[in-house]
Design a binder for this molecule. Structure first.
Ligand SMILES: NC(=O)c1ccc[n+]([C@@H]2O[C@H](COP(=O)([O-])OP(=O)(O)OC[C@H]3O[C@@H](n4cnc5c(N)ncnc54)[C@H](OP(=O)(O)O)[C@@H]3O)[C@@H](O)[C@H]2O)c1
Length: 241
């Protein structure tokens, strides 16, 4: 399978790239990033081709050519209002416009049929258009509209399958403060997952499983992703006969 990973240096994208190196079924990885992608040197990473692009809204011809024949894309690109100093125009451009432009560039290049596109959103993004969010309404309405836009891709383009993944907080141990949060979640989760969260490794495994095996449903909630991710990691750790 040929997989495109958009946002290969994101918190999640880094882990997806790392795990894809260990999956035999994935034979080619097109990793899109704005900066150098650091690959695990202890393992053969020859199946990964990294393309450093200036922006997720523009794709030079040589990059577009790489999209041809792709079986799937995992789209992790996003920007929060805080990261953009509350420049909402930029937040919308990165979160919504680039998703559309990226998808269109991939489709124009002639991907495989079906072409599976999984879009990372977030648990809690309001779906009900009659019930606008109170906190950061512009941002959450834009994220909702982006989900709706992605859901329309299969009606606009033949041979496309889409899925919206809605994780809660992505727990990871990349820094000491994040390790602290992970441990806090571990304790909270013992009493029930009241604050939706997921281990980064589980989320990466879940989305990789879904692009390989097909989408279980159009929207995957945090609980679905935890279940799928755990199952996938367990399967991978079981020795093959
Ligand atoms: N982290 C969480 O707890 C959490 C929770 C729920 C949902 N999610 C969703 O899951 C997805 C992945 O999350 P993440 O935490 O892995 O994301 P992240 O680390 O913040 O990275 C997001 C990606 O977007 C790119 N990006 C950021 N600002 C940009 C800009 N101004 N122009 C172009 N590209 C830009 C980043 O590129 P660079 O690497 O080059 O900066 C990176 O590839 C996102 O859709 C996010 O909303 C995350």
């Amino acid at each position: 399978m040929k997989l495109i990973i958009a946002g290969a240096t994101s918190l999640l994208g880094t882990e997806i790239v790392r795990q894809s190196l260990h999956i035999r079924e994935i034979t080619q990885v097109v990793a899109l990033a704005r900066q150098t992608v650091h690959l695990d040197e202890s393992i053969d990473s020859s199946k990964v081709r990294t393309f450093v692009i200036d922006d997720y809204g523009q794709y030079p011809d040589d990059v577009k050519a790489e999209f041809a024949g792709a079986d799937a894309c995992i789209w992790t690109v996003a920007l929060t209002p805080l990261q953009a100093d509350f420049d909402f125009t930029e937040v919308k451009r990165v979160c919504q416009d680039c998703t559309k432009l990226g998808f269109e560039a991939m489709y124009e290049a002639g991907p495989a049929r079906p072409f599976r596109f999984i879009y990372l959103s977030a648990e809690g993004t309001p779906r009900d258009p009659t019930n606008d969010p109170v906190i950061l309404p512009d941002f959450f309405i834009m994220r909702r509209n982006t989900e709706l836009m992605v859901q329309r891709f299969p009606t606009e383009k033949e041979g496309v399958e889409v899925c919206i993944a809605r994780p809660g907080v992505i727990a990871n141990s990349t820094t000491w403060s994040r390790t602290l949060v992970v441990n806090l979640f571990r304790i909270i989760n013992r009493f029930g997952r009241t604050l939706p969260n997921i281990q980064r490794s589980e989320l990466a495994a879940a989305v990789l499983n879904q692009v390989m095996d097909g989408f279980e449903k159009e929207t995957l909630l945090n609980a679905d992703l935890v279940r799928l991710g755990r199952r996938e990691l367990k399967l991978r750790s079981t020795p093959r006969l």
